[in-house]
Design a protein around this ligand. Structure first.
Ligand SMILES: [Zn+2]
Length: 553
């Protein structure tokens, strides 16, 4: 369907007598927003409305071009419906093809980030808004621009208005609400009463902002922001308290159980039950009810409702923090208010040391490990990065969470039912139920079988421990049936020594002892460090394992 070239400086319907009413507002010399009122249309044709054709200035740039705008659609039914905007290319006034960009719009205005390809031979291009013939509501696109790198191209009547994107961020406090205005819009967190933005230490602020935004800046604009950890030693004094990022999962529940009772816990709550993707599609989140009810029983807990997981959505990415430890940002913002000196996270040995269970890496000794990068960052804000359960295998974190003083609290299954009951058949449940040697468990679902057939085996140590304990059989894992995994029942003291501040180490060792959990022997540690020789021999290296190569002979 070749489109006609819009040679005019206006937003125009491409079909005469179409019945669509067009309003377009302008910024300083560019088209800022477009409203299409579809009420007066008949069923005869689809609506096609073209913006002015402009020179294709993107032809020699191989960086991605994206259309940034916000979309809203209002009709009597309040529906969220599919739409298309075409990027149509022209050469010497003739059509050379067009690319459809699909999106959804509904009553809640959504930021859209759409990947655009302008037909490469085109010397001019124009955007064409398409609306299905059956729609009778009002479609509004606001803040329309093309973005490439850190430059935005507004659509003027005859040429682009080119501007650098404003990359600065502005934090402010309104009541107890902390708000950050950025290129991605405004995002906020509801902080505890008495919390003050002007009391957050600048180094903690810098680290929090880096965690929330650096990955997003890279995704959206290809910009790499240096970490504030390189700025020198911290100027903030460490306080006496420990802050724990608590998620209600097995690992953070286990961490809570072995840390002192006066540990201050914080929980990040999403103040929404659905979100809109970069194309405006609505996605529902699980019912937070079971989580909320269990949180009510946790003492010493600060709940922080926040929208920071939506920053990345507004930049064209997925929902969630851009940084693996995004929750650390909230901890950094709370550090001064809670007089904290240590920032703790739930973790499990397999994730920290075993690349999810098949190959050991000494992340303490390896300068460039993710752990050390995060440690430097958290440390730059005057906090000790603490992973109390990093020396505990999934066997142990599960045991501690299930039998400790917070037994029954954790929700480990990602597909838990509305009352928090585990599904019993997912990959997590497959391991968890069998780790304790239970044989009367439901068969695993298809995705588990797929996981078992992958190489290297994901969560290999836990899977095989569970398989051995429960007597489960599958041909893909039979070769590992006799691997000695008893060391998973003891803790890796190296982690206690390096991932806890001195004043917490003996407390944690004492708590582990109270569960009857002993430290690994030298032989256990060697088994752990060389486990890659069994599950992924091609990738095993003595130096990554943190031990010298034994003499060949
Ligand atoms: Zn499950």
């Amino acid at each position: 369907m070749p489109f006609a070239l819009n040679d005019s400086p206006n937003v125009v319907p491409l079909r005469a007598g179409d019945g669509v009413r067009i309003e377009s507002g302008s910024g300083t010399g560019w088209i800022e927003d477009i409203t299409l009122d579809l009420a007066g249309r008949s069923d005869d044709t689809h609506c096609l409305v073209a913006l002015p054709a402009l020179t294709n200035v993107f032809a020699d740039d191989d960086r991605p071009v994206r259309v940034w705008t916000t979309a809203r659609y209002d009709d009597d039914a309040g529906a969220r419906l599919p739409f298309v905007v075409y990027v149509a290319g022209f050469r010497d006034g003739r059509s050379v093809g067009e690319q459809p960009l699909k999106y959804f719009a509904g009553p809640e205005e959504a930021p859209l980030v759409l990947d655009a390809t302008i037909p490469p031979r085109a010397d001019r291009y124009q955007l064409v808004l398409y609306v299905d013939r059956r729609y009778r509501g009002t479609l509004t696109l606001r803040n329309i621009r093309l973005v490439i790198g850190t430059t935005e191209y507004r659509i003027g009547p005859t040429e682009h208005i080119v501007k650098p994107i404003e990359m600065t961020r502005a934090w402010r406090q309104e009541g107890s609400r902390l708000i950050c205005a950025s290129a991605y819009g405004e995002h906020w967190a509801e902080m505890p009463s008495g919390w003050r933005l002007d009391e957050v230490h600048p180094s903690a602020m810098a680290a929090a902002e880096w965690i929330l935004y650096s990955g997003v800046d890279r995704l959206a604009f290809g910009v790499t922001v240096p970490t504030p950890a390189s700025a020198g030693p911290p100027s903030r004094q460490m306080g006496p308290n420990t802050l724990l990022s608590f998620s209600l999962g097995t690992d953070s529940t286990a961490a809570m159980a072995i840390l002192p009772d006066d540990t201050i816990r914080y929980y990040c709550r999403r103040p929404y039950t659905s979100y809109l993707t970069r194309t405006g599609a609505a996605v529902s989140l699980p019912d937070p009810g079971p989580w909320e009810r269990r949180l009510a029983g946790v003492a010493n807990l600060i709940v922080i409702a926040n929208t920071f997981e939506r920053i990345q959505l507004a930049a064209g990415g997925r929902h969630g923090f851009a940084h693996n430890f995004g929750y650390a940002a909230i901890g950094l913002l709370l550090a001064e208010h809670t007089d904290a000196g240590a920032l703790a996270f739930g973790s499990v040995m397999e994730q920290v040391f075993l690349r999810s269970g098949h190959l050991f890496a000494d992340v303490v000794a390896l300068e460039r490990s993710t752990f050390n990068a995060l440690r430097r960052l958290v440390n730059s804000a005057g906090l000790f990065l603490t992973l109390p359960t990093a020396g505990c295998s999934e066997v142990l974190t599960t045991r501690i969470a299930d039998t400790g003083r917070h037994a029954g609290l954790a929700i480990s299954c990602p597909s838990a039912s509305a009352d928090g009951t585990a599904c019993g058949t997912c990959f997590k449940c497959f391991r968890k139920l069998r780790l304790e040697g239970r044989a009367d468990v439901p068969d695993p679902d298809e995705s588990v079988i797929h996981a078992l057939e992958k190489y290297p085996l994901k969560s290999a140590t836990s899977v095989m421990y569970a398989v051995q304990r429960s007597g489960y059989r599958h041909p893909a894992v039979d070769e590992y049936r006799d691997v000695e995994l008893g060391f998973l029942e003891r803790y890796f003291d190296y982690a206690v020594e390096h991932m806890l501040p001195a004043h917490l180490q003996d407390h944690v060792r004492g708590e582990l002892a109270s569960f009857g959990i002993e430290p690994m022997t030298d032989d256990d540690e060697l088994r752990l460090r060389t486990i890659g020789q069994i599950f992924w021999p091609e990738s095993f290296s003595w130096s990554r394992a943190g031990i010298g190569e034994p003499d060949a002979g």
